[in-house]
Design a protein. Structure first.
Lengths: 492, 499
């Protein structure tokens, strides 16, 4: 029974999404209730599944030989699936309010739900083919969401998105072929599947393939120099930018990078090689590059998008340290960053929704008019900066600790990059908050009379995120131990 | 688990947060109410109560209290030791005096509810910082200290104040991140991050990694030095002090910058251990930076016409006396540094509060406007003179004793060049100090002919402002006349860390 459940959780949101345009809803309210109901049911199913993980795998479809679409629940997948199913219903709640002032809601919610199913497909993928399959599907399913506003800018953004994703997938494909050729199996096995006998003297070739494959998957994670699609994709409605382009889609890139590094190529082969140095250098550059671009950017959502670029590379930095601790750090940042960044995007979205202001310099004085939103925004900024007591500090600490423990000089540079990035984050986030709360002594609040806090649909998710950030920040022990259990099974 | 420690941190914090909630409510409604008598009494009572709880807790003896596992293997941990007790005592005295002064002073700045909210909260945080038992807990309070003291700087809300506050914030953050950078390395190479007198370096693990560890410690010293105004991250001080309300400048200069020095002491003497740094490049670069800061700060103060900015540069210079003392890594110098920490805390508070009186009464900010005040406010000006004497280091004030120990420590250290260069720089800087502080006294009492002596009416400030000044002046004298109890107490600390 449990086995079948894995297929159900992947297909259920896809089907319920497809139903949205077909069902004759009486009014918008009914549609919203239906969608939220589906999402909640789905999340309940996922959490039930994670509580009772099936021992065996489920092969849905077999192409030939060991090429099959197969599902399985393992620790890392469980983390990713749990994260997605916690965030999706909350993001939907927010979208119901936000999408009021956008058109063609039905197609929006259709793809929003489909993406949910596909993301779970990636989380539960048992082998590299399944993951690749859903990875491609995810690129396709999110394309209409970027195009949603139908403006010229949106078309250009979606075109650039498409090119980057297809290119990335092509490189990932090369990696997949090599793993299938030189591996003992296509499944994800902790510690890697490569067969040393088959590799023979082709070690360097495989390292090159690893770099290509890592970059291919990391295009979704917007690693330098493949990062420009992410800020452009900010033209999409905020729920898309917040959930997909700060959390779900981009994290699948990091998730895939974790899978290929730790479960396919194996860190034994990679650690200490030039391949590790190359990818780590890319990641460290991205950490600083993203932040610097964020500092320069005056468009609110694009600034947050650049900040995402930098923070995603924190996760990848953990991954490329290639030690269990590094993986713990990477995964903890994946988890915590999701909450911090979705929270700040939702705050930005609330400002855009309520006032129509899109630029940083237009935020003056809004702190008084939208106190709840801006207090939340401040908390998420502090978390992103890594102020102790909030969750960002915990993951940063774990990442730095792992880097220092690895005794790799490049990783030391990475620690320095993390600190520089934290300082830049402080600058680009807090200048916005200061603007909002302290616009200057003779600021005329009359101009802002129409601005006020949004309703509970938008505030409830924000409140939940703030609570989560504090909980994880003050009491990270259980989460980190869970992550250590996951990584404990990885052979090193 | 000791409830007193928690109480001494929580009580002022909660009292402050309550005030802040009230003030935030008013801010949202857009109707800042006047500071009522009820709130005034509440503030005074909360302040007095928290100070007595903190002092009682501090002088109970060695107590410790661990809360919960915060990070993997690291607890939120408090422990009261001799150094923490010293800090809490100094801070509590300063806080009480500045607090009562503020009750009178802040009337002309407005938004008192918000000010006192942050004021009380900050007191709780500094208590927590002093009582912290490990580096990570200390870091937690250290960052909070920056965040909570920032609103005090931008109190007036003017554009200039906001920019200065941001500068303060980013310099401090930069410093804190440098500190964090080093902390991660210390976590790897020390047995524990709990403060252990004399350090807890894991020598076996360090083997072969001395270079990176020294770099990490150096980055930490630079970072925490930012708060203490050490080169190259000093320039937030002269920006932040003139725009902040005077009592806020007093507590920045008097107390908060000392916590930068405290963090350095904790790192060097309680985690790494002085033995590891002695004779390394870190020590030399550190000494050079500290001495440069001492000299440069005095020089800049000497040619600065705005009184509060002059005092800010003076802080830059004087706090680096402390850092220089610490950098020598010998008992006498550390003793001098700690003494100077206490003396400078009181004296600099006093100086800023006096500057505040001038602003409050006459709106004078520049030194050249301050002629002829001796007739109008003799008591204030006499207090100022005592502070000036103490800061210059003229007996019988506290400054003389601390500088004596610093110079003696430098001479005894036997470090080539620095053992004589240090005292020389200190001496030159003392001359400059006299040069930038005494003009106010001299012009005040002997304005010359061109100044209008006024009609001879006294214009002393209200007792609420005057009494803190007199108490601080008395303390500055007392520390010079009877320094022995304090010296004995401090020598316990040095004995501990150098054993």
């Amino acid at each position: 029974m449990n086995k079948i459940l894995m297929l159900i959780v992947v297909l259920f949101p896809i089907f319920s999404g497809v139903l949205i345009p077909m069902l004759p809803f009486r009014g918008r309210r009914a549609m919203c209730i239906f969608i939220e109901g589906c999402a909640l049911a789905e999340s309940a199913l996922v959490f039930f599944l994670l509580q009772n993980p099936p021992a065996e795998t489920l092969t849905v479809f077999r192409f030939t030989g060991n090429l099959s679409i197969t599902f399985r629940v393992d620790g890392m997948g469980a983390l990713f699936a749990g994260m997605a199913s916690f965030l999706w219903p909350l993001a939907l709640l927010y979208s119901f309010e936000y999408m009021k002032h956008e058109h063609s809601e039905k197609s929006f919610f259709l793809f929003y739900l489909i993406t949910y199913g596909i993301t779970l497909g990636i989380a539960l993928a048992e082998n590299i083919l399944t993951m690749y399959f859903f990875f491609e599907m995810l690129s396709m399913a999110t394309l209409p969401l970027i195009m949603h506003t139908r403006t010229r800018e949106a078309f250009l953004a979606s075109r650039s998105y498409l090119y980057y994703m297809l290119g990335g997938a092509a490189f990932a494909f090369i990696g997949m072929i090599f793993i299938l050729t030189y591996g003992t199996t296509s499944s994800f096995v902790p510690g890697g599947v490569l067969d040393t006998v088959k590799i023979g003297d082709k070690g360097n070739l495989l390292l090159l393939v690893y770099v290509l494959c890592f970059c291919g998957f990391s295009v979704k994670t917007a690693v330098f120099p493949f990062s420009s699609w992410l800020p452009k994709a900010g033209v999409a409605p905020t729920p898309v930018t917040a959930l997909l382009h700060a959390v779900a889609v981009v994290n699948t890139g990091a998730f895939a990078a974790m899978r290929v590094t730790y479960y396919s190529f194996g860190t034994d082969l990679l650690r200490g090689t030039w391949a590790q140095n190359v990818v780590m250098a890319l990641v460290v550059i991205t950490i600083v590059y993203g932040c610097s671009r964020a500092l320069k950017e005056t468009h609110l959502k694009r600034r947050l998008a650049w900040s995402t670029v930098s923070n995603l590379s924190y996760i990848l930095f953990g991954v490329v340290i290639m030690t269990p601790l590094g993986l713990v750090g990477g995964m903890s940042h994946m988890l915590f960053h999701s909450f911090m960044k979705i929270c700040s995007f939702f705050c930005a979205g609330a400002v855009i929704y309520k006032t129509g202001r899109n630029y940083v310099y237009e935020l003056d004085g809004l702190g008084r008019k939208m106190p709840k939103v801006f207090v939340t925004f401040t908390v998420s900024s502090l978390a992103l900066m890594g102020v102790p007591g909030l969750c960002g500090f915990v993951s940063k600490w774990n990442l730095c600790r792992a880097a220092v423990d690895s005794e790799n000089p490049l990783a030391y540079a990475g620690v320095a990059a993390l600190m520089v990035s934290a300082l830049l984050t402080a600058i680009y986030m807090l200048t916005m908050m200061i603007r909002a709360f302290f616009p200057g002594r003779d600021f005329d609040y009359g101009k802002l009379s129409e601005a006020k806090d949004p309703n509970w649909l938008m505030l409830l998710p924000l409140a939940v995120f703030v609570a989560v950030m504090f909980c994880f920040g003050l009491r990270s022990g259980p989460v980190i131990r869970f992550l250590q259990e996951i990584t404990g099974v990885v052979r090193f | 688990m000791n409830p007193w420690i928690l109480l001494s941190v929580a009580l002022p914090s909660v009292a402050g947060i309550l005030l802040l909630a009230v003030s935030f409510g008013e801010y949202i409604r857009g109707s800042e109410k006047a500071f009522t008598r009820g709130v005034q009494v509440y503030t005074a009572a909360a302040l007095a109560l928290s100070a007595s709880v903190s002092l009682y807790t501090a002088w109970q003896g060695e107590k410790e209290c661990s809360l919960f596992e915060w990070l993997d293997g690291i607890l939120v941990y408090f422990r009261i030791d001799a150094l923490g007790r010293l800090m809490v005592t100094a801070v509590s005295i300063a806080w009480l005096l500045i607090g009562f002064y503020s009750l009178a002073y802040m009337g002309h700045e407005g938004k008192e509810t918000r000010y006192f909210g942050f004021y009380l909260l900050l007191y709780g945080i500094l208590t927590g910082l002093s009582f912290s038992g490990n580096l990570v807990t200390m870091y937690f309070f250290y960052e909070l200290m920056t965040l909570v003291s920032m609103p005090l700087v931008l109190h007036s809300g003017s554009r200039e104040a906001v920019m200065a506050a941001l500068k303060y914030l980013f310099y401090s953050m930069c410093g804190a991140y440098c500190g964090l950078f080093g902390m991660v390395f210390l976590y790897r190479y020390c047995h524990t991050l709990d403060f252990t007198a004399g350090g807890a370096l894991n020598l076996a693990a360090v083997q072969g990694h001395e270079g990176i560890l020294l770099t990490a410690v150096f980055v930490m010293i630079l970072g925490f030095g930012a708060k203490a105004g050490m080169l190259p991250l000093h320039s937030w001080l002269p920006a932040a002090h003139p725009v902040a309300p005077s009592p806020a400048s007093a507590l920045l200069s008097g107390t908060i910058v000392k916590f930068g020095a405290l963090a350095v002491i904790r790192t060097v003497y309680y985690v790494v251990g002085p033995g590891f740094l002695r004779g390394t490049w870190v020590q030399y670069v550190w000494m050079v930076l500290a001495l440069l800061t001492v000299f440069m700060g005095s020089l800049l103060a000497y040619r600065e016409p705005v009184l509060k900015k002059r005092l800010a540069y003076s802080t830059v210079s004087q706090v680096s006396y402390i850092l220089f003392g610490i950098s020598l890594l010998v008992p006498d110098a550390v003793e001098g540094a700690l003494l100077h920490m206490v003396v400078h805390a009181f004296v600099k508070c006093g100086l800023f509060l006096t500057a505040g009186v001038f602003i409050y009464r006459f709106g004078y900010t520049r030194v050249d406007r301050l002629g002829g005040l001796g007739r109008k406010m003799p008591v204030t000006l006499w207090c100022y003179t005592v502070f000036a004497l103490a800061l210059t280091g003229i007996p019988p004030t506290g400054g003389f004793v601390s500088k004596w120990y610093l110079a003696e420590g430098a001479l005894q250290s036997g470090i080539p060049v620095f053992s004589w260069l240090g005292p020389v720089v200190l001496l030159v800087s003392a001359l400059l100090t006299a040069g930038y502080l005494f003009p106010v006294t001299i012009k005040g009492f002997f304005p010359g002919e061109e100044k209008d002596p006024g009609n001879g009416a006294k214009e002393e400030p209200s007792p609420l402002m005057l009494i803190p000044l007199m108490v601080l002046a008395a303390l500055a004298l007392l520390l010079g006349i009877m320094p022995n109890p304090l010296i004995r107490y401090i020598s316990q600390i040095t004995l501990e860390v150098f054993s």
